[in-house]
Ligand binder design. Structure first.
Ligand SMILES: [Zn+2]
Length: 427
């Protein structure tokens, strides 16, 4: 035990008494100007390779990031999440008095919490006052959208959810797993699927496996399925030269190399087409992507086309799927002519091949059965929604209720932030 304590002290000694500040990336701020405001030498930028340059060009305005200062107030770490799993880490090397750049996995802590709220006035205000986690309320609202009975004083709502934290701050939206509504002797469980949608418990439509996930079938219309986004290829005869990666680990260099897009081989001047209908939000120089085009599509999708040699559209133009928007080239940090295509959903990079026509179709992956009502113009489809660990979470919820476990209050967490100094992300 003594050894462990000594080791911990050694690891964290640099950051003993470290103070973490949560900030938002300024809209339009370049990574280089951020370094300048922190008096970090711009030679750091020159040391970055092609993929790293692209990644720093992708930091979005409004992105939450973290600055960590030691007890003397010196900036010793900067952590900037760049996807749901990876982050940029700037760390000060005390001996060399300079900063090092790396891309590393985000070490979230994700823990399961319990909440139980007796309704006194208003459901949402009661939850807010007792749990102090606003994003949780949004998730519960979503889960109860079609399942909320009329509540009155004395009713109870209990739930189990998971919340991620990062260096002592809440991170992202919680995942609600299960909700129980109690009204007198009447009890109702709401099981929540991966998309955050709640399902009541009409037992005949719920099938449980003894040691696997519980599975619920729900119906959805065809239109709501196709809005998941199917795009067409940006180039004729596509040939992938470098696939998408959230952060592949390089076994020799021991570094992570995320590639937030797909590279298609294309000789200079090859026509590049819009992957879908949308509006051009940018057509100009975009950091490591050189001459690049950004198109906003419906449903929260954005596509980026990088390393172009020329444009055929300008910002503000409306485009349709298949319109020629520019020509491939070798601008920006690029080692040869190719097209870089990035696709983002709600500002997070996704693998383009999962939504491109010739990739794995979204429809194939989520639709298990399609029932066409013959003679009926409306087409009914059944989506098979697995609710993983439904039984496990129901048991957890019941046991917390029986043990009268107190609700977790996030006010407490906020005040215990000093513990953040032992967080792995700070090492
Ligand atoms: Zn690329």
């Amino acid at each position: 035990m003594k050894k462990i304590i000594i080791l911990l002290l050694m690891i964290s000694s640099l950051l003993w008494g470290a103070k973490v500040t949560q900030l938002k990336w300024k809209s339009g701020e370049k990574f280089s100007s951020y370094l300048q405001t922190k008096n970090i030498s711009l030679s750091l930028l020159k040391s970055l390779d092609e993929l790293e340059q692209q990644v720093v060009g992708e930091i979005q305005g409004g992105q939450t990031f973290y600055e960590i200062r030691d007890d003397k107030g010196t900036l010793v770490r900067v952590l900037i999440p760049i996807s749901s799993t990876m982050q940029i880490k700037l760390s000060k090397d005390a001996k060399l008095d300079q900063y090092r750049f790396s891309i590393v996995p985000i070490n979230f802590k994700e823990t399961t919490y319990f909440g139980s709220v007796n309704i006194s006035k208003d459901l949402w205000r009661d939850i807010s006052n007792q749990i102090h986690n606003d994003k949780l309320i949004l998730q519960i609202k979503k889960a109860l959208r079609n399942n909320l009975p009329k509540l009155q004083n004395g009713d109870n709502i209990s739930f189990v959810y998971a919340q991620k934290t990062l260096v002592g701050y809440l991170y992202g939206s919680p995942n609600v797993y299960i909700i129980k509504i109690t009204q007198g002797t009447k009890e109702q469980f709401i099981y929540v699927d991966d998309e955050g949608i709640g399902h009541k418990e009409p037992y005949e439509t719920v099938s449980y496996m003894t040691d696997g996930p519980g599975t619920i079938f729900r119906s959805s219309s065809r239109s709501s399925v196709s809005s998941s986004g199917i795009f067409s290829m940006p180039i004729r005869n596509p040939r992938i030269t470098s696939p998408f990666s959230f952060g592949r680990y390089h076994p020799v260099l021991h570094i992570y190399r995320p590639h937030f897009g797909v590279d298609f081989g294309a000789k200079r001047g090859t026509p590049i087409m819009s992957i879908g209908n949308g509006i051009v939000t940018d057509a100009g120089w975009l950091g490591g992507y050189g001459k690049a085009i950004k198109i906003q599509h419906s449903g929260g999708y954005v596509s980026i086309y990088g390393h172009l040699s020329g444009f055929r559209i300008s910002a503000g133009d409306n485009v349709r799927a298949g319109d020629i928007i520019g020509y491939s080239g070798n601008t920006g940090t690029s080692t040869g002519p190719h097209l870089h295509l990035g696709i983002y959903l709600n500002n997070s990079p996704i693998n383009p091949m999962t939504v491109l026509e010739k990739g794995t179709s979204v429809v194939d992956t989520i639709i298990d059965t399609v029932t066409e009502a013959i003679g009926n113009e409306r087409v009914a489809e059944t989506k098979k929604i697995p609710i993983y660990n439904a039984i496990k979470y129901r048991d957890m919820l019941e046991s917390d209720i029986n043990n009268k476990t107190p609700s977790y209050d996030w006010d407490k967490y906020e005040s215990q932030r000093a513990d953040a100094q032992l967080d792995e992300n700070l090492q």
